[in-house]
Every structure is written in C-alpha cells, then in structure tokens.
Design a protein around this ligand. Structure first.
Ligand code: HEC
Ligand code: HEC
Ligand code: HEC
Ligand code: HEC
Length: 206
C-alpha cells in the first residue's frame, strides 16, 4: 500500500533535482565584478556589510557550538550539513559549497578551487537571486534589465517572502517570531539609485 506514494515521491524528487541541476552556483565574486559601482548601487558592498555575509562565521561561535551539542551533531557546526544548508550558498546542490578535507586545502595545487569554494561560504547573492550560471553574462543581464529576456528562463529570481522563508523558518534553531518581509528586506535592501533606475526597461524587477 505504501509503495505507490513512495514511487510518486521519488519521481517528484528527481524532477526537482533535474530543475535545480539546470543552473550552477558561481559564488559572490562573480557578481561583485559587475555589481559594485557606486552609481549603480554598489550591491556587493552593501551585502558585505550585512548579516548574510557573516553567517558562516556564525557557525564557529560559542552559540553555534551549544546548539550543535544540544542536537548531538557529530562534527563541528561549520562542517555539518544540518547547518550548512542555510548558512552557505548551494550546499548539496550543483557546484554549491562543499566541505573540503584538510589534505585538499593544504595542497597548493588546489588553491583556486579552495578560493572558489570560499566565495560560496555564507548566504550570497545566489541564495536569493538563483544560481547564476545561466544569467551572469553581461549580454544576458542587459537583456533582462531592458526587458528583452524573461529572467525566469535563465534562472534569475526576484526574491519574494517565500525565498526568505526557505531559511527563515521554524527549522532554524534560532527561530523566534513571524517573518515580517518588508521590515526584513529594509534591513538588507540594495536598490539602484533613482537616476539609474530611470534608465531601466520593463523587466519585472523593482
Ligand atoms: C558581466 C557583468 C555581470 C555579472 C557577472 C553579473 N551581472 Fe547582474 N547585471 C549586469 C548588468 C549590466 C545589469 C543591468 C543593470 C546594470 O547595468 O547594472 C544587471 C542586472 C542584474 C539584476 C537586476 C535585473 C533587473 O531587472 O533589474 C540582478 C538582480 C542581478 N543583475 C544579479 C546578479 C547576480 C546575483 C550575479 C552573480 C551571480 C550577477 N548579477 C552577475 C551585469 C552583470
Ligand atoms: C532552516 C535554515 C537554518 C538551519 C538548518 C540552521 N540555521 Fe542557523 N540561522 C538561520 C537563520 C534564518 C538565522 C537568523 C535568524 C534571525 O535572526 O532572524 C540563523 C541564526 C543562527 C545563529 C544566531 C545568530 C545570532 O546572531 O543570534 C546561530 C548561532 C545559528 N544560526 C547556528 C546554527 C547551527 C549551529 C545550525 C545547525 C545545527 C543552524 N544554525 C542551522 C537559518 C538556519
Ligand atoms: C539560504 C538561507 C537564507 C535565505 C534564503 C535568507 N536568509 Fe536572511 N539570514 C540567514 C541566516 C543564516 C541569518 C543569520 C545571520 C547571522 O547572525 O549569522 C540571516 C539573517 C538575516 C537578517 C539579520 C537578522 C535579523 O533578524 O535582523 C535579516 C534582516 C535577513 N536575514 C533578511 C532576509 C531576507 C529579507 C531574506 C529574503 C529576501 C532572507 N533573509 C533570505 C539565512 C537566509
Ligand atoms: C537575502 C536575499 C538577498 C541577497 C543575499 C541578495 N539580494 Fe539582491 N535583492 C533582494 C531583494 C529582496 C531585492 C528587491 C528589493 C530590494 O532590493 O529592496 C533585490 C534586488 C536586487 C537588485 C535590483 C535592485 C533594484 O533596485 O531593482 C540587484 C541588482 C541585486 N539585488 C543584486 C544583488 C547582488 C549582486 C547580490 C550579492 C552581492 C545580492 N543582490 C544579494 C534579495 C537579496
């Protein structure tokens, strides 16, 4: 009797995986190179000064260790999937953050790979805007901005409350209260300056 739902579940999981595998995570450095100019809103600097750029360090805090001990996690929190899923970019997904072994890190030949992985520690642009491999080229980005390309077809997301709730939910060991979307966005907002916005086409972004 249990078999049919189990098969359905397996099918729907593999469909979900197939969709997610379509676009790969690039890391915040890939967004920084084009999104850090003052006249266009310096989104990278704003992100760097905000809460999401520090969430990986948070996993090394006393408080995090206490939570991990309470949950009887085997390793340290900054190496535990139970925590990394909401405190890094794309953990467990295509080209997402990975836990690298000490040997791998110590080998100088892996320096580039290690650095690339470091750019995915923390909650980066792609946690909210979608994995970037399909939309990060200048041509595509300009096409989205002018309204010629449908952002959904290249994986770019204009985050709504649901996106925040994938992490800001009761599964987070620090969960306290109802998530007030407008108030929370106000704390992390990184808008275009008004003059620049005036040059924007008809893309669905604000
Ligand atoms: C090669 C340069 C380049 C890279 C790399 C890049 N972008 Fe962009 N992006 C642009 C340009 C150009 C625009 C149009 C607006 C502008 O001129 O800033 C844009 C627009 C956007 C917009 C707004 C679109 C709209 O409709 O208002 C978002 C969101 C965005 N980029 C996110 C990202 C993220 C996240 C990354 C990293 C995964 C990224 N971009 C990487 C050049 C780039
Ligand atoms: C479902 C996503 C999710 C998971 C899983 C998760 N966290 Fe978090 N964590 C969050 C969010 C979201 C916040 C911020 C809550 C807030 O301030 O609104 C947070 C905040 C924290 C803070 C507090 C920071 C502060 O300033 O008070 C610590 C410490 C922490 N998490 C540790 C952990 C540890 C350890 C684990 C693994 C056992 C873990 N988290 C798993 C989403 C998650
Ligand atoms: C991939 C997981 C993830 C997503 C998605 C996410 N957050 Fe967070 N957020 C966190 C974690 C983890 C923290 C904890 C920061 C810390 O103290 O280390 C946090 C902290 C914050 C904070 C600072 C703490 C506070 O309560 O003031 C704000 C504000 C915030 N997030 C807003 C948002 C908004 C708005 C969205 C959606 C547009 C969002 N977040 C999406 C994981 C996430
Ligand atoms: C926690 C979720 C979150 C993260 C992380 C995040 N953004 Fe955003 N982004 C949003 C939301 C929500 C909006 C629309 C509302 C706003 O900015 O006030 C937005 C809007 C934008 C816009 C359009 C601004 C406008 O005025 O139309 C650009 C460009 C952008 N983000 C780029 C980035 C880049 C680049 C990064 C990383 C350096 C980044 N975002 C990180 C949630 C996020």
């Amino acid at each position: 009797m249990l078999r049919a739902p189990a098969i359905l579940l397996m099918i729907s999981c593999s469909i979900l995986l197939a969709q997610e595998a379509e676009f790969a995570y690039m890391g915040v450095n890939n967004c920084k190179m084009c999104h850090n100019k003052k006249d266009k809103g310096a989104q990278f600097d704003i992100w760097s000064d905000g809460p999401h750029a520090k969430v990986f360090e948070t996993l090394k805090s006393e408080e995090a260790l206490k939570i991990a001990t309470g949950l009887k996690l085997e390793g340290p929190p900054h190496e535990a999937g139970e925590c990394l899923v909401c405190h890094t970019t794309g953990w467990g997904k295509a080209d997402g953050y990975e836990v690298l072994s000490a040997e791998f890190i110590a080998n100088p030949e892996n320096a580039r790979a290690v650095k690339k992985n470091d750019y995915k520690a923390n909650v980066g642009c792609e946690n909210c805007h979608g994995a970037g491999s399909g939309y990060k080229s200048k041509k595509t980005m300009e096409g989205i901005f002018s309204g010629e390309i449908d952002p959904a077809t290249v994986g770019l997301i204009y985050p709504n409350k649901e996106v925040c709730l994938t992490c800001h939910n009761e599964k987070n060991p620090n969960f306290q209260e109802e998530f007030d979307f407008d108030a929370m966005v106000a704390k992390i907002t990184h808008p275009y300056p008004e003059e620049f916005k005036a040059t924007k086409g008809t893309s669905p972004g604000k």
